[in-house]
Design a binder for this molecule. Structure first.
Ligand code: NAP
Length: 312
């Protein structure tokens, strides 16, 4: 089957012909991939700094949307023909940038009707990250003020939506082209990060005190965001750059975890329109290298997705 991936760790992304997956094993399903998400995290897998369970030659990709075409003997919840999505780690056979992928059936959830394959493919990692950082790392309460640094990013945008939906007052950073979208997502205030004094602006918006909690979604951005946090507040970064603790502020370095129950709840919000995600760029599997470059450089206007098959 055709996949997009690498022949060796650190290698260039290319289209490869790899054996059809065996299986499914008793607890697995085979998915005919309709679309697969692309994030800068895939480059971390490519470089060998994130072990997702695979060895090269391997397909990359940790987010999938597609149709179940075979079901293992012990799988009770899914049937052939079901449309599913997920972040099915650890991957057992191949990554998701492939025509077919075999995954643990417990790690994918039913795709809501009316949600496109492309949106479904790009949803799992940013939505799970956003929920986990808000509900588990920061436990932000309704009467608190939250800074989302990088509100214009896919993940930051979902943090804004989830927090605002819980009644949290959100202050977000965004550039001019994303400011309107971030405000519509629920940010009470949007501050342009191109102004180097933006952390002071955020402090001013909180009467000089600083925000109760902050999420950093900008590579190497957490030290700046920390300036806007009040004494004794909380900071969580998703870009692997935790600053040294200071002024009694707790610091969390957050990495996404597959959680199908949480993902199913998030899909419910997506189906109801209480969460939205607009895909920025869709490319065919053959253009995976370009897709990854765009994701790594910070694709404007939404996530990058690979269109793989025809879907159901
Ligand atoms: N730890 C984890 O498990 C985890 C999970 C998901 C994502 N992440 C990480 O989170 C980061 C965001 O990922 P993503 O896919 O959501 O990003 P993305 O959608 O590619 O983000 C791109 C956007 O970031 C904004 N941005 C760039 N530089 C900025 C700056 N200096 N200040 C404020 N905003 C800035 C820009 O928005 P404007 O349009 O406003 O300029 C740009 O459009 C990545 O580093 C990713 O690896 C980590």
């Amino acid at each position: 089957m055709r996949v997009a991936g690498v022949r060796e760790i650190g290698g260039q992304v290319e289209v490869l012909e790899l054996p059809e997956p065996d299986g499914p094993g008793p607890g697995e399903v085979v998915i005919e991939v309709a679309a697969a998400g692309v994030g800068n995290w895939d480059d971390i897998v490519r470089a060998g700094a994130w072990n997702v369970g695979l060895r090269p030659p391997m397909a990359l990709g940790v987010e999938v949307a597609g149709t179940v075409i075979a079901v293992g003997s012990q799988v009770a919840d899914l049937r052939v023909g079901d449309a599913v999505l997920g972040h099915p780690l650890p991957l057992r056979h191949q990554g998701c940038w492939a025509e077919r992928v075999v995954v643990d059936a417990g790690l994918v959830v039913v795709k809501p009707r009316g949600v496109s394959w492309e949106t479904a493919a790009a949803f799992s990692v940013p939505a799970l990250t956003a929920e986990q950082v808000l509900a588990e790392s920061l436990t932000v309460a309704e009467d608190e003020t939250l800074l989302v640094h990088g509100g214009g990013s896919t993940t930051g945008g979902l943090v804004v939506q989830l927090a605002a939906g819980r009644g949290v007052r959100v202050v977000a950073t965004a550039g001019p082209s994303s400011a309107g979208r971030v405000a519509r997502a629920g940010a009470a205030e949007v501050v342009d990060y191109h102004d180097s004094r933006w952390p002071d602006r955020v402090r001013e918006l909180t009467g000089g005190v600083g925000v109760d909690a902050a999420v950093n979604a900008v590579p190497a951005g957490s030290a700046e965001a920390m300036v806007a946090v009040r004494e004794g507040g909380r900071m969580a970064t998703i870009t692997g750059d935790p600053p040294a603790a200071e002024r009694g502020i707790s610091v969390a370095d957050v990495y996404v975890r597959p959680d199908p129950a949480q993902l199913a709840q998030l899909c419910g919000l997506l189906a109801e329109g209480r969460l939205t995600l607009s895909v920025g760029t869709v490319l065919p599997l053959a253009e995976a290298a370009t897709a990854l470059e765009r994701a790594v450089s910070g694709n404007k206007g939404g996530p990058v997705v690979l269109h793989v098959g025809t879907g159901a």
